[in-house]
Design a protein around this ligand. Structure first.
Ligand SMILES: [Zn+2]
Length: 136
């Protein structure tokens, strides 16, 4: 997907209407047009930067996540959810976006099934070590 046919870029430019919640020079937050939950909100950088949040440079990433926190607080006050979660998967659209989910109750999205059988103690230890090694 190019920048030219990116739906989020069109929302930023005002070519597609959106229920905007917040906007400044760098960031825009608006209601997800196809929500699973009432108050489901998207927070995006205005620039069509990397498709994947974790490729974004630190300064922008931090800023974005602080905006997300701000939006989450507002959504919580507004929607009084049981709990608010965020999801970043970026599967459908190559424009960094963070989804804010105000859950009215637990288990609404349905988690993938638990691994069965569960990984052994040894495998769990191995996995933890593997990830730990990559942190340094
Ligand atoms: Zn875009």
């Amino acid at each position: 997907m190019t920048k030219e046919d990116c739906i989020f870029c069109k929302i930023v430019k005002g070519e597609i209407p959106a229920n905007k919640i917040y906007e400044d020079k760098e960031v825009i937050a608006f209601l997800d047009a196809f929500p699973f939950l009432r108050g489901q909100t998207l927070v995006i950088p205005k620039k069509h930067i990397a498709p994947w949040l974790f490729d974004v440079e630190d300064k922008t990433y931090t800023k974005l996540m602080l905006y997300v926190k701000k939006v989450v607080r507002a959504v919580e006050k507004a929607m009084k959810p049981f709990k608010t979660g965020i999801i970043v998967e970026g599967i459908e659209l190559e424009h960094v976006h963070i989804k804010v989910f105000p859950f009215p109750e637990t288990g609404l999205l349905g988690y993938p099934k638990k691994l069965d059988p569960l990984p052994s103690k040894e495998e769990m230890h191995e996995i933890a070590e593997k990830i730990k090694r990559e942190l340094s």
